[in-house]
Design a protein around this ligand. Structure first.
Ligand code: FAD
Length: 323
């Protein structure tokens, strides 16, 4: 049997986030040949609708309203429910992003459905799909099969492959009008922090520093390495607590959960709370001068040494391969 799947695309600064395309990839797996409908919510989202089609959405439905310029759970909740009422899907897919984490339980409660959150892998297809998600801070994996009712799941960024983009694909784009009202919160302005570009949650490479960097200036060689690899900078809570960097960089149980292709941990001891945020990275390289450091237990490659010697050497070697 085929399923009608709706996928919520996430737009930031006028562009679709990668997790939206990965969600279309997940949708294809569970659709069993059924229709995939992309949903875009905002004040001006028509411009990116075609991109959802290029990644495999059969149709795109937009909800535009001045009150949807910035995300609020009330506003986006009302908009999504208007689309849901029209489309009556069998399956709903969101990204497991800050927005998706906030909105999905609200929608699940409204629909009185279950919610499988933070899915990192899907086994099987269509009705037989089994959702795999990490539990106990990534120490175990749970397999979930939904036997009846609407299927609603969120996917962790960077884990499920997005389909190939095909610009020749085009799909119908229609709009749903929603009367967005009774908002309990209104975002008047958004003040963004200046960052060095790459979004950590979607980065393929992360170079993270811990208390071993000794000070804010100790992050400089790590930034050079990250730039060279097209990656993002991250940190342990130890480094954030010591005021070496901003808390927005914190990775771990009480920070961000990341799964890049390559995670380089420099001067990080590997406390269990840090591992909770990065141990599912595809390849982990640890640099630590203590051969007994816990981080080496999860590392694919371990370098015992002083990060201030090792990181510049890595930079030099990588530069040679780039010539
Ligand atoms: P340290 O443990 O001090 O380790 C520094 C490491 O650097 C050492 O291994 C040392 O050998 C090495 N080093 C020193 N100098 C050099 C050098 N020159 N070259 C190479 N290596 C060097 N932590 C997180 O990271 N994320 C979280 O989300 C988080 N949440 C927490 C939640 C709770 C409730 C609690 C209680 C704690 C949490 N922590 C979290 C803190 C965690 O327990 C650790 O204290 C923290 O991760 C330690 O940071 P660190 O590894 O940078 O520092």
């Amino acid at each position: 049997m085929s399923n009608k799947v709706i996928v919520l695309g996430e737009v930031r600064d006028g562009a679709l986030r990668n997790v939206s395309f990965e969600a279309i990839g997940a949708a294809k797996t569970v659709a069993g040949g059924g229709e995939i409908v992309g949903v875009l919510i905002g004040d001006d989202v028509q411009g990116v609708a075609q991109e959802m089609s290029a990644y495999g959405a059969d149709r795109v439905v937009t909800v535009e309203h001045p009150h949807l310029k910035h995300y609020t759970s009330d506003g986006f909740g009302q908009a999504f429910m208007a689309v849901h009422e029209q489309e009556q899907p069998d399956v709903i897919v969101f990204g497991h992003t800050a927005q998706g984490k906030d909105l999905s339980p609200k929608i699940a409660a409204k629909l009185q459905s279950g919610l499988v959150s933070d899915v990192t892998e899907i086994e099987g297809e269509g009705e037989d799909a089994i959702f795999i998600r990490p539990i106990y801070s990534g120490k175990a994996f749970e397999k979930v099969k939904i036997n009846e009712g609407p299927v609603f799941f969120t996917i962790r960024p960077n884990n499920i492959a997005s389909p190939e983009k095909d610009d020749s694909r085009s799909g119908d784009v229609s709009s749903v009008s929603a009367d967005i009202q009774n908002l309990r919160s209104v975002v008047k302005d958004v003040v963004t922090k200046a960052t060095d570009g790459v979004d950590m949650s979607e980065a393929k490479v992360i170079v993270a520093g811990g208390r071993g960097v000794k000070g804010p200036e100790g992050f400089e060689p790590l930034k050079d390495l990250a730039d060279l690899l097209g990656g993002a900078i991250g940190a342990s809570r130890g480094a954030c607590d010591a005021d070496y960097c901003d808390y927005s960089l914190q990775i771990g149980q009480t920070g961000k959960v990341v799964t890049p292709d390559l995670y380089i941990a420099a001067g990080i001891s590997g406390a269990i709370q840090h591992l909770a945020g990065m141990s599912n990275s595809k390849v982990i390289v640890a640099i630590n001068k203590d051969p007994e450091a816990n981080i080496f237990k999860v590392a694919d490659y371990g370098i015992v040494g002083d990060l201030f010697e090792v990181v510049p050497m890595m930079i030099e070697e990588i530069k040679k391969t780039k010539v």
